[in-house]
Design a protein around this ligand. Structure first.
Ligand SMILES: Cc1cc2nc3c(=O)[nH]c(=O)nc-3n(C[C@H](O)[C@H](O)[C@H](O)COP(=O)(O)O)c2cc1C
Length: 337
């Protein structure tokens, strides 16, 4: 069952729609935090290795009025693994509805204890399912293109206020406008700007080589943490080195790649120092930089001697991404054996 304080947070943020009802609420900045908190909660509850959670749907598009339900997209290594977590999800208030009309999906809804009001729609797919890419692309198009946002809102209002479509028919009724926006946006999607943050010991270069092979693209910029000398976190003022500049660069990039070798079953020390510095973005003068990371795509790239990444290697990256509302896109690994 959903705990009262968790439910209260949703209702304080204007989230919750009675069953069968349909209406739009003005965009609320609290929706970002509600997503991150709930995603963290699920992450902790399920403990599924390589789970990825993304904020999608209209509540994830700043400025867009939305049906007041947080839409979350989950990506898992396999649906069988997820099915085994059914009772964990149910114990924290989710109704596990199975495919529910969409092949290859697991659909879960978070209701209040009386089951009269829905707060979260959670859609799981397997890693690599094109549905994941499709949802993220559409959300990114809406975030980037004000004209698409306005048109989408106009159609949603028309369907709800003039056509009075039912809640069941609403999703299908939107499919035409979604396809139109996606077709138009396809031609406007600019080439990717990639920023890689490399944390490896000097002298060997295996991780840099893999990075360059993976992103053989002119738009790849590499920040080498050895050269930029990022200081370890301290509880005083960390402002005087290049950390902030790297974050500003990250905000300008379409994709941030965190590149680290496996050193003793974990990320390198240089990368850990860099990650610790995210604490400087949680409060104080750089809090707004931290908030701006919301929605940024992050990819992990690694090399090691062993055939696979060690257990749990991805967790600090995926959890940090969720904390800041970033999209964790998974890991690419090369064994140098
Ligand atoms: C200090 C150190 C610790 C390492 N620990 C591991 C390890 O735990 N697991 C593994 O698979 N490889 C380990 N390796 C091998 C490196 O991950 C591998 O050689 C990697 O490609 C090095 O990348 P680099 O050239 O960018 O430093 C270690 C190497 C070093 C130098």
């Amino acid at each position: 069952m959903i705990a009262a304080d968790r439910l209260q947070k949703f209702s304080d943020g204007g989230i919750g729609l009675r069953r069968g009802e349909l209406g739009l609420s003005p965009y609320n900045l609290r929706w970002k935090r509600l997503f991150s908190d709930e995603a963290h909660f699920i992450f902790d509850e399920l403990r599924v290795e390589s789970l990825r959670l993304y904020h999608v749907g209209s509540t994830s598009v700043q400025g867009l009025a939305a049906k007041p339900i947080i839409d979350m997209l989950g990506s898992v290594p396999s649906l069988e693994i997820l099915d085994r977590t059914k009772s964990s999800l149910e114990s924290v208030g989710y109704e596990y509805k199975g495919e529910y009309g969409v092949k290859g999906r697991r659909y879960c809804v978070l209701y209040n204890p009386e089951k009269t009001t829905a707060c979260v729609h959670l859609h799981f797919f397997q890693h690599g399912d094109p549905e994941v890419e499709r949802h993220l692309l559409f959300r990114d198009d809406l975030r980037k293109l004000p004209a698409a946002r306005e048109e989408y809102l106009r159609v949603k209002r028309h369907l709800i206020e003039d056509m009075k479509v039912s809640r069941e028919k609403y999703s299908d009724a939107k499919s035409e406008i979604i396809a139109k926006i996606q077709n138009e946006a396809f031609h406007n999607r600019s080439p990717k700007k990639i920023l890689a943050v490399l944390g490896a010991a000097e002298g060997h270069g295996g991780t840099l080589k893999f990075l360059q092979d993976t992103y053989a693209s002119d738009s790849l910029e590499v920040v080498d943490l050895n050269k930029d000398a990022i200081r370890p976190f301290c509880y005083g003022n960390n402002a005087a080195d290049g950390f902030q500049k790297i974050i500003v660069k990250a905000l300008e990039a379409d994709l941030v790649v965190l590149a680290t070798p496996v050193y003793w079953y974990a990320m390198s020390g240089a990368m850990k120092d860099f990650m610790d510095r995210f604490s400087n973005l949680m409060s104080g003068e750089h809090k707004s930089l931290g908030e701006s990371l919301y929605g940024k795509k992050v990819h992990l790239l690694s090399t090691g001697y062993d055939l696979r990444l060690p257990m749990g290697f991805e967790v600090p990256f995926s959890s940090t991404a969720i904390y800041f509302g970033m999209d964790y896109m998974g890991a690419t690994y090369r064994s140098v054996r």
